[in-house]
Design a protein around this ligand. Sequence first.
Ligand code: NAP
Length: 310
Amino acid sequence: MEYTTLGRTGLKVSVMGLGCGGPSSIGQSTGNSEDESIAIVKYALKSGINFIDTAEVYQTERIVGHGIKGYNRENLVLSTKKSTWGNIKPKDVLKSLQRSLKNLGTDYIDIYHLHGVILSDYDYLVSEIMPTLQELRDQGKIRFLGITERFNPDPHHSMLQRALQDDIWDVMMVGFNILNQSARDRVLAKAIEKNIGILIMFAVRLALSRPKRLKECLNELIGKNQISPSEINIEDPLKFLIHKNGAKNLVDAAYRFCRYEPGIHVTLSGTGNLSHLKDNLESILRPPLTEKDLIKLKKIFKNVDSISGQ
Ligand SMILES: NC(=O)c1ccc[n+]([C@@H]2O[C@H](COP(=O)([O-])OP(=O)(O)OC[C@H]3O[C@@H](n4cnc5c(N)ncnc54)[C@H](OP(=O)(O)O)[C@@H]3O)[C@@H](O)[C@H]2O)c1
């Protein structure tokens, strides 16, 4: 595994993190037993991943807690989240944090995020909830504060652009992938200036792991005039990436594309399938895609900001 520093937090983190939500929820949404999901966490740790992302709403915190038992806590970076929908109150945060600590079997969270924040909730959360989070940080129950966007309804990053104007976030979780690269100019450039730790979600998601879904997304983008039909072959749109010096397959291309983007520290991989995890670990350690392929991807998708790749 390779490691990097997570921006201003100074934490040493693996360049791939295990995502315990998303369509798989480490297999809890795709038919794994709890033991199989625990084995995914353990395998990730054994392979050198030290960054694990979960959330109260994923219902995988307890499984993560089992998976990390016996592992040196000091070397581990645990990231979890408080759901923000439904006008939450400070007392809800206190309850949720207590529950997360118990589920994870730890007495502190390295990065505690406000989860899936939308622009219209942002000011309320900063004025009403932030003081509680800061107190919890002062008490040592939280080390760093993070915020994550709701990428499906906000694929143009309106909330994170607002959050970047404040100087209160140590870490941000951003949607970024081959199809929607709009975070590069709208989020990452400023995050680099402010030395904010950046975690990437949606690197693969559904569009880049299922050919049928990819075709649907591309047709949608053509319909919205965000990509030009003359620049891709809709029947096998990203085939040009797969060649001797290029990617092994589309998922491989997708993780490598994110891994080397300036400003990104941790690319999250969400899988419940051990063989996929092994492949993804190999992908993250391969070199960047070729310059020629990267230029082509940037050109084809330069105007896209309307889909998440879900
Ligand atoms: N707003 C938020 O805060 C927010 C929102 C979304 C996600 N997240 C976080 O970000 C993490 C990453 O997002 P994500 O879970 O969508 O991850 P992802 O890695 O972009 O995509 C996961 C999907 O790709 C599939 N996949 C993974 N590796 C594969 C492979 N080698 N071959 C074929 N298919 C593969 C998975 O299915 P298999 O299980 O079959 O491998 C799953 O359906 C989440 O787990 C969560 O922790 C946060």
